[in-house]
Design a binder for this molecule. Structure first.
Ligand SMILES: Nc1ncnc2c1ncn2[C@@H]1O[C@H](COP(=O)(O)OP(=O)(O)O)[C@@H](O)[C@H]1O
Ligand SMILES: [Mg+2]
Length: 266
């Protein structure tokens, strides 16, 4: 006979349910700053989860711990079924996108997208094909030969997303990726991102200050409290996919925005 826990573990393994598991995770920096305080969260495969919370509440630190750039002080972190690895053991199943596109100015768009494949055992032709595929996903296949300075801010961000997608990550971490863009560009990139997420079957973790953005994009919103960072609540966003722009004007949408905003105030 199996115990209930064993059975649960087996079912979990079989369905590959959790891409990220954090239990009792805290981060105290050497100077005494408590950046993250006792966070528990399990993120299921295929989820799109946004973290919202005031500046300094520990959102980026959570992402850095998940990616192995910062070591957790307490607790357990499991990513894609194994303990979180240190930054030295570079893994290709986790991709990152930051607010700043950080493209190499002397490299063409295509060459920038090929960067993460540099050390992979793959022929030059295959690398090129993968980069072209990623550029096509973000709608930039005609700009392969352009240089970053010839692109608008929104296009640079698309290149940065293509670069993160080129190694086909199972988990994509996005830290305020659209924070520097104007509202119109931001909204069109949000729709693009949802389309990519649905077609690539990956899990996305997304940081934003913008409650509307969080609700539009996500299956769940994790609301964080001011420093030291804790997760105050996790709000389910039960809006259907695919989500078109009109969804932003529905009552259901505003109700969820109101719920997240209320939780943010505590
Ligand atoms: N390397 C560091 N050393 C000391 N304190 C840090 C360091 N990095 C971040 N912090 C502090 O940890 C807290 C959380 O930071 P961060 O995760 O960047 O917040 P957020 O991304 O939510 O704005 C802040 O108080 C910040 O000052
Ligand atoms: Mg941050």
């Amino acid at each position: 006979m199996m115990t209930t826990t064993e059975l649960e573990e087996m079912v979990e393994k079989k369905t590959g349910q959790h891409v990220v598991k954090m239990k009792g995770v805290s981060k105290i920096f050497p100077n005494g700053n408590v950046a993250v305080d006792n966070v528990d969260i399990d993120i299921a495969d295929g989820e799109f989860i946004s973290f919202v919370g005031p500046s300094g509440c520990g959102k980026s630190t959570i992402f850095k711990m998940i990616s192995g750039l910062v070591e957790n002080t307490t607790g357990e972190i499991e990513i894609l079924g194994s303990q979180v690895q240190t930054a030295q053991q570079k893994r290709t199943d986790v991709g990152f996108v930051f607010q700043d596109a950080t493209l190499l100015p002397w490299r063409s768009v295509l060459e920038n997208v090929m960067l993460p494949l540099e050390f992979q055992r793959m022929s030059k032709v295959e690398k090129r094909e993968e980069a072209e595929r990623a550029l096509k996903l973000v709608g930039l296949k005609d700009y392969a030969k352009s240089l970053p300075r010839q692109l608008s801010g929104g296009m640079k961000m698309r290149v940065s997303i293509a670069r993160a997608l080129v190694a086909k990550p199972k988990l994509l971490l996005m830290d305020e990726p659209f924070g520097a863009l104007d509202e119109i560009t931001r909204q069109s990139l949000q729709s693009e991102l949802l389309r990519i997420w649905e077609s690539q079957k990956m899990t996305v973790l997304f940081i934003t200050h913008n409650v509307f953005e969080a609700v539009y994009l996500s299956t769940k919103v994790a609301v964080m409290t001011p420093s030291p960072g804790k997760i105050a609540s996790t709000v389910n966003v039960s809006l259907p996919f695919p989500r078109d722009d009109e969804i932003r004007t529905t009552h259901q949408f505003s109700d969820i925005v109101a719920r997240v905003s209320r939780d943010l105030k505590f």
